[in-house]
Design a protein around this ligand. Sequence first.
Ligand code: TXA
Ligand code: MG
Length: 326
Amino acid sequence: MNQPRVLAEAEYSAAITILRAGGLLGLPTETVYGLAAIATDEKAVRRIYEVKGRPLDHPVIVHIGSIEELDFWGHEISSDTRLLAEKFWPGPLTIIVKRKVIAGDWLTGGQETVALRMPSHPVALKILQELGTGLAAPSANRFGSVSPTTAEHVIADLQDYLDADLDAVIDGGPCEVGVESTIVNCTTKHPTVLRPGAITQEEIDVVLNVKKVELETSHIKAPGLLESHYSPNAKVLLAKDESDLLELMKQIPAKQFVGLIAQEKIGTPNGCIRLAMPQSNNDYAHVVYEALREGDRQILQTIIAVMPEGDDIAIAIRDRLTKAAH
Ligand code: TXA
Ligand code: MG
């Protein structure tokens, strides 16, 4: 199959033409690349599910270009919800609210709620604002695998499934954050975090003036919340620290090379191929998916990740690595 077109950042009007014609667009955001279609175009959104191989009852995020659009898609918006949107948008926060009829079943998987997010990546924002309508966009990977953080990742994952005559990817460079947005359920009296991300529970607490907004990963259907997700082909093993890493290495057959993702301060034991050496937790988030992909490109059977410590974005990284390891 032909490779879909890759547009440069400046070619956003070509990208808009593709979306208006019902095509799909690989779209850079500050978190990960999304696979976008005009949210009200049911046929195009259904193709996103086909291309991703994603079950139809898993809802997608509607990306919007202004805070005002919160009221276009959602209703019964609480004052807490507005505070969160005003404080964190544009940025890596997804808000779940009750849906209006315009948010059809093809976006919500038939649920009475809709997920909304205003991304801060300049290419995504420009396209959304010129379009003046929402874009449905899950991460641009096949269902269950690692999210893409570059345009090349999107092509590598989806070129066999995209239509070269209809679809395209716009290259906005590597994503700044590197892990998916924080998801907050605002449909309950007290908002809860459904998926940790760059915006931490603590930051949300400050805005909502609460002690501890809960992390709740139970009742709402969200594939990122399935136990196994974000998985490379290699088997992922988790280590708490350097001595844990050395223990794990003892269990690896002598001839087998193992990929290692660990912060700079952790040494590289014999038999390890360093896939990433992040210098901070933010840097860890920025490189972790590329490192998992690099392990697969090198056809490694095993990747060991030494988990980052802390209660900043490290929580999101530990969450994703735990799911990758499941
Ligand atoms: O950072 C991100 O959020 C990226 C970029 C592209 O914006 N998008 C992303 O989309 O991660 P996706 O589809 O891979 O993950 C979105 C998550 C899914 O777990 C989905 O089930 C959940 O959001 N979700 C969407 N609508 C929901 C709803 N109404 N209720 C509960 N969960 C919902
Ligand atoms: Mg995803």
